[in-house]
Design a protein around this ligand. Structure first.
Ligand code: NAD
Ligand code: DAU
Length: 359
């Protein structure tokens, strides 16, 4: 059996990754280290099939806690780390950047230090990999043409992307300086099951269902390159198993859309499922609101390297995967109610009241 340490596995992508990996890799034991911030939900992983549940272990804790990391590295001989844990929401980073510096930069540093010690103690096998999950936002904003390639210079705009950029630099420096076998992936916007409803797609789906305003920042023409989360999970296993240490791989869905197009698509999908039309259509709920400061205009990934070198491409079309995402939320309203807690309502008020959303 192989032991993998997953950080931030109770969040959106981590949950999907753990569910996917436990099934796709029957020889993996997974230790999920998660601090359970507002974005982490251990219930996401509570109803695993009995056939795979025995290979999943949850540890509540902070990646900044060096003592806890030491104890985990003493208890387990890890074959690798897949590092998701982060503060991940751009709007929250604008309102409160400190947690982003702490978790994203210092937390990554602590994990790298724990790995360096593990290696010094001669416990690290040749196949060990430190897979750092990063974002296309580190590259900044594109104009109407061009794509982010692995050699695009970093130019982050928000405290979130600045903290991720910094963590990427630490990871790459530990490869160059100490020879730690690291891999970095820079991925575009994910969507799918278990995404916390503060991000555009789940927030829009739930607001349409509940007939609440659909806040669209600025003119709604900012472009994101959308990737279905399970395609991302496939890509991550590919990079972990086939990637070359020290390398970076960009991961994208090849599905660029303006935000307003995404909102229109979601309105049509939910209307269809709930049999709404005319003046009951979700499109009547759209409100253009005050823009995000420093709002990047366009992201688009050039995924040639991961395709050519490792043979990965995204499998699902945006339209099909959005439809199944809408169905997942409609079928999991209990999960939705459980995450829309007091803390969630406080955030919605804090982020949208000053933007002039009439709720
Ligand atoms: P998320 O916010 O849904 O989940 C983050 C998880 O990390 C939560 O479970 C939280 O409890 C945990 N966490 C936060 N601080 C921690 C700490 N100090 N110690 C331990 N655990 C902590 O995030 P996500 O959307 O699943 O993103 C996962 C990773 O992927 C992040 O590193 C993010 O930067 C990156 N990423 C996300 C996207 C996207 O579209 N969601 C795209 C590209 C890259
Ligand atoms: O590109 C990858 C990044 O994608 C990840 O690194 C981040 O962790 C993830 O949160 C995501 O960042 P974005 O800022 O692109 O995602 P968000 O869902 O917050 O916003 C998507 C777009 O929609 C963006 O242009 C802002 C806009 N938006 C967002 C919200 C929440 C709105 O117009 N209205 C909204 O209410």
């Amino acid at each position: 059996m192989k032991n993998y340490l997953i950080t931030g596995g109770a969040g959106f992508i981590g949950t999907n990754f753990i569910r996917h990996a436990l099934t796709a890799r029957p020889d993996w034991n997974i230790v999920n280290l998660d601090a359970l911030t507002y974005a982490g939900n251990p219930a996401n992983l509570e109803n695993l099939d009995p056939g795979i549940a025995g290979r999943y272990h949850f540890v509540r804790g902070d990646i900044c806690d060096a003592t806890l990391l030491d104890s985990l590295f003493s208890k387990y001989i890890f074959n690798g780390i897949i590092h998701f844990a982060a503060e991940s929401h751009v709007d929250r980073s604008i309102q409160g950047p400190e947690d982003f510096a702490q978790t994203n930069v210092m937390g990554t540093f602590r994990l790298l230090e724990a790995c360096r010690k593990f290696r010094k103690d001669k416990k690290m096998s040749d196949e060990f990999r430190f897979l750092h999950i990063s974002t296309d936002e580190v590259y900044g904003s594109l104009g109407p043409d061009g794509y982010f390639a692995e050699q695009t210079p970093y130019d982050p705009s928000s405290p979130y992307s600045a903290s991720k950029a910094s963590s990427d630099h630490f990871v790459k420096a530990y490869f160059r300086t100490y020879g730690l076998p690291t891999l970095v992936t820079n991925c575009s916007n994910n969507y799918g099951p278990y995404q916390f409803p503060e991000k555009l797609i789940p927030l829009t789906i739930l607001n349409i269902i509940k007939e609440k305003p659909l806040p669209v920042y600025g003119d709604g023409k900012n472009i994101r390159d959308w990737l279905y989360v399970l395609d991302h999970c496939d890509a991550l296993i590919t990079v972990l198993e086939k990637g070359t240490p020290g390398e970076t791989y960009n991961i994208g869905g090849g599905a660029e859309r303006e935000n307003i197009e995404i909102v229109h698509l979601l309105c049509d999908l939910v209307d269809d499922r709930l049999g709404r039309s005319g003046d009951k259509s979700g499109r009547w709920l759209i409100q253009f609101v005050t823009d995000r400061p420093g709002h990047d205009r366009r992201y688009a990934i050039d995924a040639t390297k991961i395709k050519t070198d490792l043979g990965w491409t995204s499998a699902r079309t945006l339209e099909d995967a959005l439809e199944s995402t809408v169905d997942w939320y409609l079928n999991n309203m209990e999960w939705v109610d459980s995450v829309q807690s007091g803390e969630y309502r406080k955030w919605i008020k804090q982020n949208y009241q000053h933007r002039g959303v009439n709720s």
